[in-house]
Design a binder for this molecule. Structure first.
Ligand code: 13P
Length: 345
């Protein structure tokens, strides 16, 4: 099937009480392992490409690979920009063919976060691309050996979240309620009352960042209270490194790079598979045939990609423009936004 955006995917997750994992992909081995385990477990999946990882992986190249993989995959796959820091990166991702983006304006003053997110939502929605924003700050840094903890002063304010959701029209909201990116100092203490209140006031699918180190029980409770998307990365990196370290300790003479990578992929698959079971997304494509209503991939013959793609009736969650159409639209909207900004100055 074609890439999906977050709209139908997270709506389905909320209606049926499970969460969808958004797993960061800084390299093609990790990508392959995540797609493999998602297919094996019949789970929807979000491929997250973080702006901080663009020093390891090219935005346009990864988009091409994931789009192609999604066409073959008999499961819903979304391709999402994680922590887009600037307007320019968000637009690059849309042009590259991402089906969803995160604009992280959480370090900006509130009104500036609202204003910039509004512009991005306007452009992205015109292109059929969904938008996640962040309010309150999830601190820390993923993929390092440093340890972090959440700062209650940075937790999301429920009343402000309601105002933000109403004014920006975002499709998903990342909130701060006790998690931090990367490894934790001690055990994270999640503020479930706050999560409940934000879910009640915003009525939006909520996003938990900093999944590594959160207990299985806390994940289940957070999902039952409104978390629909879970960002998860550091433990994947730990699993891959631990596997390769063990292989090299067992066989210090090993010089087969592909074998090493294969072992690393096994570690990634194990870590991601565990999370998909905890989030309740494993087996969803078997339990709910309706999730595949827009997807013909399960019934396509293997060589179907060599022939014309099946005709599909566009729907809100799958409608995608051609790259040329998208480029033209972005240029027009960007011009209008820039003119508006100049007039304000
Ligand atoms: P962890 O690395 O803590 O799992 O967090 C990942 C994340 O939130 C990416 O946005």
């Amino acid at each position: 099937m074609a890439l999906v955006n977050l709209l139908g995917m997270l709506d389905h997750a909320r209606r049926h009480g499970y969460g969808v994992g958004a797993f960061n992909v800084p390299d093609y081995e990790t990508l392959q392992a995540i797609l493999d385990v998602a297919e094996e477990l019949r789970s929807p999946v979000i491929i997250d490409v973080a702006e901080v990882h663009l020093k390891y992986i090219d935005l346009d190249d990864v988009a091409t690979v994931v789009r192609r993989a999604a066409e073959r995959a008999p499961i819903p796959v979304a391709l999402h920009l994680d922590h887009g820091e600037t307007f320019e990166t968000v637009i690059r991702a849309v042009r590259a063919g991402f089906s969803s983006v995160m604009f992280d304006g959480s370090s900006l003053p509130y009104e500036e976060n609202v204003a910039q997110t509004q512009e991005i939502v306007k452009i992205c929605h015109a292109c059929g691309v969904t938008v996640e924003a962040e309010l309150g700050r999830v601190l820390g840094g993923e993929g390092t050996s440093e340890r972090f903890e959440a700062d209650p002063d940075q937790f999301t304010d429920p009343a402000q979240a309601e105002d933000f959701a109403n004014r920006t029209g975002v499709d998903a909201l990342a909130i701060s309620f006790g998690t931090a990116h990367g490894l934790y100092k001690g055990t994270p203490k999640l503020d479930f009352g706050r999560l409940n209140e934000i879910a009640r006031r915003t009525q939006k699918p909520l996003v938990l960042h900093g999944g590594t180190g959160v207990t299985d029980d806390d994940f289940r409770k957070a999902i039952s209270l409104g978390i629909a998307k879970i960002n998860f990365y550091t433990q994947i990196s730990v699993a891959a490194v631990e596997r390769t370290r063990a292989v090299l300790q067992d066989d210090p003479e090993l010089i087969s790079y592909p074998l090493l990578l294969q072992r690393a992929r096994e570690g990634v698959k194990e870590a991601v598979g565990h999370q998909m079971r905890v989030f309740g997304s494993a087996g969803i494509c078997d339990r709910f045939p309706d999730i595949c209503a827009e997807c013909d991939a399960c019934v396509l013959p293997n060589d179907s990609l060599d022939t014309d793609p099946p005709s599909q009736t566009p729907t809100a969650s799958t409608q995608q423009m051609t790259r040329d159409e998208t480029t033209e639209l972005i240029k027009a909207v960007t011009r209008a936004v820039m003119e508006g900004l100049q007039q304000q100055r």
